[in-house]
Design a protein around this ligand. Structure first.
Ligand code: HEC
Ligand code: HEC
Length: 256
């Protein structure tokens, strides 16, 4: 039986086609690797080593720092892992399941706020955070809340007095974002009766909050002055331990 002989040009043609069939995907894969490299979060690298060369996507890195700066980490736990208060959920699932629009809405307008909060609620941040910062926080949540090098709350000094401790806690709990440096206030809150977030210094404050107990009570329970977009005082009960509340008060009493 004569085997069908395949003419040489057909074999050459087949090899030629095969060559391109392999070359094109290889090129595509190479292009994808080359172009996605800069966008890849070195999440695993960052969490297993502190290599200074590990590349982190700038938006995700910014989100990781904002997550600490706006005290998200102080309520939701580092990397949003929870465990701080039974009333504050971990964010590992929300980061995966909620859309960018849903996350932006929650960050800007808060969640669970009631007129008279008896437990922590998700604060309203819209007035004190920029659209870019919210986008970066969303990028961080969608990236799975990776460890970002140096995104850590400031270390609380011990053995240097309560006021020193309190001054660092004032930054660590993000009070500074709303009440300004040195408790000077004046952060815009246009729809609130005073139009600004109040100072934690000055005569009016000292007059109204003339005992440690009054100051601690408002930090613990919060004070809701209106619905979003109005920014209210968050409820910190169960989040900030008593010795740290005392330290915050000691610090506030050193202010102008
Ligand atoms: C004072 C504590 C506190 C702070 C600070 C805080 N949160 Fe929350 N957050 C909460 C609480 C409490 C809830 C649950 C509200 C509810 O469901 O009623 C929540 C809910 C959320 C949710 C929805 C979770 C879900 O599963 O539906 C997201 C997302 C979120 N917070 C993100 C953030 C981000 C980002 C920051 C920092 C900008 C932040 N939170 C700061 C207390 C806080
Ligand atoms: C999301 C913004 C925000 C953050 C963060 C925040 N506050 Fe407030 N705080 C407010 C607003 C708004 C008021 C005004 C509430 C009112 O008038 O009833 C307020 C009121 C207060 C008051 C009472 C002063 C007054 O004149 O009503 C004290 C004390 C206070 N905050 C301390 C703190 C401390 C300490 C922290 C950090 C642990 C903190 N706040 C974090 C927004 C914030």
């Amino acid at each position: 039986m004569a085997r069908k002989s395949v003419p040489i040009p057909v074999i050459e043609g087949a090899i030629f086609v095969l060559f391109f069939a392999l070359l094109i995907p290889a090129g595509v894969v190479g292009w994808v690797i080359g172009h996605s490299g800069s966008k890849t979060v070195a999440a695993s690298t960052a969490s297993t080593s502190t290599s200074a060369t590990a590349a982190v996507d700038p938006a995700v890195a910014s989100g990781g720092h904002l997550f600490v700066q706006f005290a998200c980490a102080q309520c939701h736990g580092m990397q949003g892992r929870g465990g701080v208060s039974p009333y504050v959920p971990a964010l590992t699932t929300a980061g995966k399941t909620l859309s960018s629009a849903q996350l932006r809405q929650i960050i800007n307008h808060g969640l669970g706020e009631s007129a008279n909060p008896t437990k922590p609620y998700m604060p309203v941040w819209g007035q004190v955070i920029s659209a870019t910062q919210v986008d970066d926080l969303v990028a961080y949540l969608h990236a799975g809340l990776p460890t970002v090098p140096t995104a850590q709350p400031p270390a609380v000094p011990t053995g240097q007095g309560a006021a020193v401790e309190g001054s660092v806690l004032y930054v660590g709990y993000g009070c500074i974002n709303c009440h300004g440096p040195n408790g000077l206030g004046g952060v815009p809150n246009p729809l609130s009766p005073d139009k600004t977030i109040p100072p934690l210094s000055g005569q009016d404050f000292r007059h109204e909050f003339n005992t440690d107990q009054k100051i601690i009570a408002v930090i613990r329970s919060g004070s809701v002055i209106g619905k979003a977009p109005i920014v209210s005082m968050p409820h910190w009960g169960g989040i900030i331990p008593q010795p740290q509340l005392d330290a915050l008060v000691a610090y506030l009493k050193t202010l102008k």
